[in-house]
Design a protein around this ligand. Structure first.
Ligand SMILES: *Cc1c(COP(=O)(O)O)cnc(C)c1O
Length: 219
């Protein structure tokens, strides 16, 4: 895998306003450093322990994003440094992030994960839950979190029309929230297989792993 070439190729085809999160889960530090050396600073991980280990051993100007499912009891390990948490799927988790952020004298940016796929296994809020939560008084009391947008994962399928429609739905919700005067800047959607469609449908942040680093070996 030529990480440098892959990265440069992707960067040259996406609009400048779209943020590329290089998803480095399962890949070694040497791979991350190759991307770092050509200017990549935003990396995403989906496991707390791996994220902490990489944070500790790699350059401190890397922006680390937690993109996977996050359990409340593990928030404390990443609260000192995490830049953005993509997969927030409950008020309870948001409250825990707020508490740990406060202890660290930080404000942590979060994305609410919205369930857009047909698959049962994907986590996330449904549309009405997102609207209720963002309009609630409860969220206003959480001073150490900042909900800056939404995140979604499309169905893992070859069916492009289905994927496109799922992204369209998420973008519609995103726009609807803007109309309520809820200031959201970030729409995280699109992975290696579907980021081109996601960008066409309004993504502002894509999470790409295997197209940069090669296919993963899970042990
Ligand atoms: C692994 C992962 C990605 C990246 O997947 P690729 O297919 O390797 O690009 C994106 N988002 C989430 C939430 C992931 O867990």
């Amino acid at each position: 895998m030529n990480i440098t070439a892959n990265l440069q190729q992707i960067k040259s085809t996406i609009p400048a306003k779209v943020t590329l999160v290089a998803v480095s889960k399962t890949y070694p530090n040497t791979s991350i450093l190759q991307a770092y050396e050509v200017g990549q600073r935003v990396f995403g991980e989906n496991k707390v322990q791996e994220l902490v280990e990489k944070y500790e051993s790699l350059p401190k100007d890397i922006e680390w994003h937690m993109i996977g499912h996050l359990q409340s009891n593990k928030v404390k390990y990443i609260a000192p440094f995490v830049k953005l948490i993509h997969g927030v799927d409950s008020l309870k988790l948001l409250q825990e992030i707020n508490k740990r952020a406060e202890q660290n004298h930080r404000i942590i940016d979060c994305l609410l994960q919205v369930h857009i796929a047909q698959e049962e296994t994907k986590f996330g809020f449904d549309e009405n839950e997102v609207i209720e939560l963002l309009k609630s008084d409860e969220i206003k009391t959480l001073k150490n979190i900042n909900v800056i947008g939404l995140m979604g994962m499309a169905t893992n399928t070859e069916n492009e029309t289905l994927v496109r429609n799922e992204f369209k739905n998420l973008k519609q919700l995103f726009d609807k929230l803007a109309a309520f005067n809820l200031q959201l800047s970030t729409l995280s959607m699109g992975m290696s297989n579907d980021y081109k469609i996601a960008i066409e449908e309004g993504s502002t942040m894509i999470r790409v792993g295997s197209s940069i680093f090669g296919s993963r070996n899970y042990h």
